[in-house]
Design a protein around this ligand. Sequence first.
Ligand SMILES: [Zn+2]
Length: 480
Amino acid sequence: MRWTRTSLASPALVILLALALFPAATSADEKRLSVYSAVATYSLPVIDRAGHEYIGLLELLEPLGRVSVEKNGARWKLRYNAIDSEFVSGKTRAKIGGHDYLLPLPFLVENSRGLVPLSSLSTLLPRFLGAPVNFRESARRLLIGDVAVQSSILLDPSTPPRLVLNFTAPVNPTISTEPGKLHMLFKREPVVPPGGQSISFDNKVITQVGYSESNGAAALDISANAPLMATFSNGGRTITVSAAQSSATPGAAPPPPTATAQQNPTGTPAAGQITSASSSGDASHRVLAVVDPAHGGTERGAALTGTLAEKDVSLGFARLLRHELEQRGFSVILLRDADLNLTLDQRAGAANAARAGIYISLHAASQGTGARVYTALLPVESPSNGTFHAWNVAQARALPISRTVAAAIVSEMQKRQLRARGSSASLRPLNNVLMPALAVELAPGPNGLADLPSANYQQQAAAAIADAVAPFRDRMGVQP
Ligand SMILES: [Zn+2]
């Protein structure tokens, strides 16, 4: 786990931390150029001068090869690998590799930084690199070499419909939702348009996919008449978007249980899913529980022993909790059912998009005994922070129920001779979740660290959580 405990952080400190983690709104609007190449992917600030956009030439070339600069008054001599070039401040005429080159606007030197106009890049860079580049100027995206990630988009019109997006390389977009729309933002991946700018479907639920790109990022927007969920598989190369629960087809049979973890032939989890729904019990009273195994992928969480990572304990624990909750009539989504990276925003976004009745995040720790049950400690912020404020305190309305459920879990665990205590923590993504939300951190039991990976021990804790949560089912709202 990694968060600020109540006891350690005053409200003022919490605000400072929040400000440090989230750049101010102005910097989010800052103009950026994204560069994608086989050797590096990076983003540079774009500088406005006299109504034109400029970029630092040294900063642009440095990640791509060996660069040295020699400054002599207004004269700038730059060597990139074996190519010598010369630029003069205030002049459009330059020399690259022994040939004359005319810039569309004058070269600028500011604070000993050499700036070239953004509009020159598609002709300037090939002189240095010896190969054409794909500069998508209006979107400020520069693709060097054969790096473009292509996509294919297929609609499976069965009920509920699914949109299957296949990519030629793994992708990890930031996913957010708003009513009628699921938004995928690709900042790190050179995703290019899937044919046209938008594709419409003759379907009642999923109606359109739109592609757009701007300020160094590409986006896919999926429009629908029902809440959508995104599922990752095929090592991040496939994203399946489906209706969270089909409200567009009233009276339809509940969907069959979906297969969860996909295994490749070597038996290691090759595919992860942001969501995997399974269902049992009486459909009319089914409440959706989102269980979130914390950490995953390259983010291992705490090292519980020399060989045991928190991310593996949280996943095993989550699978047991899924079973226990299903036994008590919940539908359960595991936010990951494999070893993959998910951002905190993706976790909160998936839970909110699924309109779950409860969100339970699972952690593990080598310190202490029993379990700690956390509810959100909301940051004290000025309402003038607008959307940031809303996102940071999304939990506010559900917090009283969260606290009641957390107290029930603590008492249920104590009944089972499991030491437990509750507290609040400024722990993301709890504060970003709209529904009752809590985090349970499993610590060693009577047998010490050996308990953490023990299915028996985890099972005992999972059963206590499920027993405590079940009586609140009716207060958690039934799925549409
Ligand atoms: Zn953790």
